[in-house]
Write a protein of this length. Structure first.
Length: 88
Protein backbone atom coordinates (compact mmCIF):
# COMPACT_ATOMS: atom_id res chain seq x y z
CA UNK A 1 0.00 0.00 0.00
CA UNK A 2 3.02 2.31 0.04
CA UNK A 3 4.76 4.48 -2.51
CA UNK A 4 6.74 2.86 -5.33
CA UNK A 5 9.54 5.48 -5.15
CA UNK A 6 11.12 7.73 -2.56
CA UNK A 7 8.98 9.88 -0.29
CA UNK A 8 10.11 13.47 -0.85
CA UNK A 9 7.85 15.40 1.52
CA UNK A 10 5.53 14.68 4.46
CA UNK A 11 3.25 16.93 6.53
CA UNK A 12 0.70 16.55 9.31
CA UNK A 13 -2.89 17.72 9.01
CA UNK A 14 -3.79 20.66 11.27
CA UNK A 15 -5.43 18.34 13.81
CA UNK A 16 -2.55 15.86 13.72
CA UNK A 17 -4.83 12.97 12.75
CA UNK A 18 -3.50 12.50 9.22
CA UNK A 19 -0.22 12.71 7.31
CA UNK A 20 0.18 13.52 3.63
CA UNK A 21 3.22 12.19 1.76
CA UNK A 22 4.51 13.21 -1.68
CA UNK A 23 6.54 10.81 -3.77
CA UNK A 24 8.72 10.43 -6.81
CA UNK A 25 6.18 7.87 -8.06
CA UNK A 26 3.88 10.75 -9.09
CA UNK A 27 1.37 10.29 -6.29
CA UNK A 28 0.57 11.66 -2.88
CA UNK A 29 -1.03 9.62 -0.12
CA UNK A 30 -3.07 10.42 2.94
CA UNK A 31 -2.39 8.29 6.01
CA UNK A 32 -4.03 7.80 9.38
CA UNK A 33 -1.37 9.01 11.81
CA UNK A 34 -2.43 6.63 14.58
CA UNK A 35 -2.78 3.38 12.62
CA UNK A 36 -0.52 4.00 9.60
CA UNK A 37 -3.36 2.98 7.27
CA UNK A 38 -3.40 4.55 3.80
CA UNK A 39 -6.70 6.45 3.54
CA UNK A 40 -6.42 7.95 0.05
CA UNK A 41 -4.08 7.79 -2.93
CA UNK A 42 -4.00 11.05 -4.88
CA UNK A 43 -3.09 10.25 -8.47
CA UNK A 44 -3.09 12.41 -11.59
CA UNK A 45 0.28 14.15 -11.78
CA UNK A 46 2.46 13.17 -14.75
CA UNK A 47 5.78 13.52 -12.90
CA UNK A 48 7.24 13.47 -9.37
CA UNK A 49 5.21 15.14 -6.63
CA UNK A 50 7.66 17.36 -4.76
CA UNK A 51 5.47 18.96 -2.13
CA UNK A 52 2.13 18.42 -0.39
CA UNK A 53 0.36 20.31 2.37
CA UNK A 54 -3.02 20.53 4.07
CA UNK A 55 -5.17 23.65 4.00
CA UNK A 56 -5.48 25.36 7.40
CA UNK A 57 -8.90 23.77 7.98
CA UNK A 58 -7.67 20.31 6.89
CA UNK A 59 -10.41 19.97 4.26
CA UNK A 60 -8.10 20.19 1.23
CA UNK A 61 -4.63 19.10 0.22
CA UNK A 62 -2.42 20.89 -2.30
CA UNK A 63 0.27 19.04 -4.26
CA UNK A 64 3.00 20.45 -6.51
CA UNK A 65 4.77 18.46 -9.19
CA UNK A 66 7.59 18.59 -11.70
CA UNK A 67 4.82 18.29 -14.32
CA UNK A 68 4.44 22.07 -13.83
CA UNK A 69 1.05 21.81 -12.13
CA UNK A 70 -0.34 22.13 -8.66
CA UNK A 71 -3.52 20.28 -7.73
CA UNK A 72 -6.12 20.83 -5.06
CA UNK A 73 -7.71 17.70 -3.60
CA UNK A 74 -10.57 16.99 -1.25
CA UNK A 75 -8.98 15.41 1.82
CA UNK A 76 -12.02 13.26 2.63
CA UNK A 77 -12.81 12.14 -0.92
CA UNK A 78 -9.38 12.10 -2.57
CA UNK A 79 -11.02 13.82 -5.56
CA UNK A 80 -9.01 16.31 -7.61
CA UNK A 81 -10.91 19.57 -7.28
CA UNK A 82 -8.71 21.83 -9.42
CA UNK A 83 -5.56 21.60 -11.52
CA UNK A 84 -3.51 24.79 -11.46
CA UNK A 85 -1.64 25.07 -14.75
CA UNK A 86 0.42 27.71 -16.51
CA UNK A 87 3.66 27.39 -14.55
CA UNK A 88 6.72 27.59 -16.77
Amino acid sequence: DGHRHAVICAAFSPDGQQVVTASGDGSARLWDAASGECLQTLEGHRDEVECAAFSPDGQQVVTASYDKTARLWGAASGECLHTLEGHR
